[in-house]
Design a protein around this ligand. Structure first.
Ligand code: PMP
Length: 445
């Protein structure tokens, strides 16, 4: 018996007792490599004494002060670390407690930006299919993850529509090169602005590198520049969701740096606190900040635990370690090693369709028929089976649901901590390849 709701609904979750660097120790004595860092959360591994010390120190000094009346030392220092050097013109940070909350706040900021500018008719967000932006209602509403939306459709905001994602592996036509594919997607976005009414659109939202829905899918070169150009044409904001792919996960500080296009508003989460505390943030560009200053000089978004001092202290310690130990370059280099190993071990497998990603943000996609690009039925539960086989082999990976839009296959994410030892990267690839073989033996059986 369990009183924890999620476990009472699905009795399968084992009890995790301890975290030790890249490992998780379970109550039944097993030691598992946390090869997905949860869902790309644990970027420096578990149990780091420096982070624990920073949290303990802050809890003793000041655990809580309401942000309506006070700021705190760790919140100020963390904001300075993240936006003090104004990456891509992002110059202010708002701290919340999760990625979903960061997306909610990002949408409200976009809305307020236009109200302050005297354009209150701008209420609509255009986002992309095959995307995930969080579990709360507005975040779920801009997301395009059909399975996660389905039950709650009636509750989701109405001023949202979706265009195609940029996913060359599945959606670029045989006769298209990158430029032609980008031009087609830009035309589609432009047509969506026209359909909705350009003066009703406040923002275009996208994950810079898509995580949970389709598994580490980066855009083709030129895509974000073209989408930004469409937004500029109609005066709309660009919101990039880097909750999963940000802060070094893809081998660069912000994933958008690889695409050369900075957003007006950016969300981050997961790797910000590295799992030590629940914390997410919205990074806000000058254009939006200035509109707030000139307007009501307030952002009406008070949440009791925003900028929680202990969470900010934990995130500050995590980000200081990432910087001091050169872990972003390590994520880039080890990511290449992991992809190379996985390709070598899996490229002959008939159901492994693609190994992709950037940095230590790696996706492996499975198809029933590789040549025909035909997915397994969702009822085959392939991603879940691979996850379970990997867990049996001692490696934790993160599964993604299958048969998205009837085209995209099942996938798993592999996203170990940036400071994982090289030998463990090789072990992850090796054990994972064996787990894939055994999972498909079970599927055929
Ligand atoms: N955006 C993206 C891209 C995510 O991957 C997630 C979480 N998987 C979220 C938003 C929501 O974050 P949280 O679960 O912390 O609310």
């Amino acid at each position: 018996m369990t009183a924890v709701l999620q476990r009472s609904l699905s009795q399968r979750s084992p009890l995790a007792l301890r975290g030790e660097g890249p490992m998780l120790v379970l109550a039944d004595g097993r030691r598992i490599v946390d090869a997905s860092g949860g869902a790309a959360v644990a970027c420096i591994g578990h149990g780091d004494a420096r982070v624990i010390q920073a949290m303990t120190h802050q809890a003793a000094r000041l655990a809580y002060a309401h942000t309506g009346f006070f700021t705190s030392e760790p919140a100020e220092a963390l904001a300075e670390k993240l936006v003090g050097h104004r990456p891509g013109g992002l110059s202010r940070a708002l701290f919340v407690s999760s990625g979903s909350e960061a997306m909610e706040a990002a949408l409200k900021l976009a809305r307020q930006y236009f109200v302050e500018r005297g354009e209150p008719g701008r209420v609509h967000a255009i986002a992309r299919r095959q995307s995930y932006h969080g579990a709360t209602l507005a975040a779920l509403g801009v997301g395009g993850h059909r399975a996660r939306r389905a039950l709650y459709e009636a509750l989701l905001p109405v001023h949202v529509s979706h265009v195609s994602p940029c996913f060359a592996f599945h959606h670029r036509r045989a006769d298209e090169d990158d430029a032609a594919y980008v031009a087609r997607l830009a035309l589609e976005l432009d047509a969506e602005f026209q359909r909705v009414g350009p003066h009703r659109v406040m923002a275009f939202c996208a994950e810079t590198v898509v995580g949970a829905t389709t598994g580490c899918v980066a855009a083709v070169p030129g895509y974000f520049a073209a989408m930004r150009a469409v937004c500029e044409r109609y005066g709309a904001l660009l919101i990039l969701d880097e909750v999963m792919c940000g802060l070094g996960r893809t081998g660069v500080p912000h994933a958008w740096e690889a695409d050369g296009v900075a957003p007006d508003i950016q969300t981050i989460g997961k790797g910000l606190g590295g799992g030590y505390q629940p914390i997410g943030a919205v990074l806000v560009g000058e254009r939006v900040v200035h509109a707030l200053w000139r307007g009501s000089a307030a952002f009406s978004h008070g949440q009791t635990y925003q900028a929680h001092p202990v969470a900010c202290a934990a995130a500050l310690a995590v980000q200081t370690i990432v910087e001091a130990e050169g872990l972003i370059a390590r994520s880039r280099d080890l990511g290449e090693r992991l992809q190379t190993n996985l390709r070598a071990a899996l490229s002959e497998h008939p159901h492994v369709a693609d190994v992709r990603g950037r940095g230590l943000f790696v996706g492996v996609e499975f198809l029933a028929d590789r040549a025909a690009r035909c997915p397994f039925a969702a009822s085959d539960g392939v991603a879940e089976r691979v996850k379970n086989a990997a867990l049996d082999a001692g490696v934790g990976v993160y599964p993604g649901s299958g048969t998205i839009d009837g085209v995209v296959g099942d996938h798993v994410l592999i996203a170990p901590p940036f400071n994982v030892p090289e030998s463990l990267v090789d072990e992850i690839a090796d054990k994972f390849a064996k787990a894939v073989a055994s999972a498909f033996e079970r599927v055929s059986a």
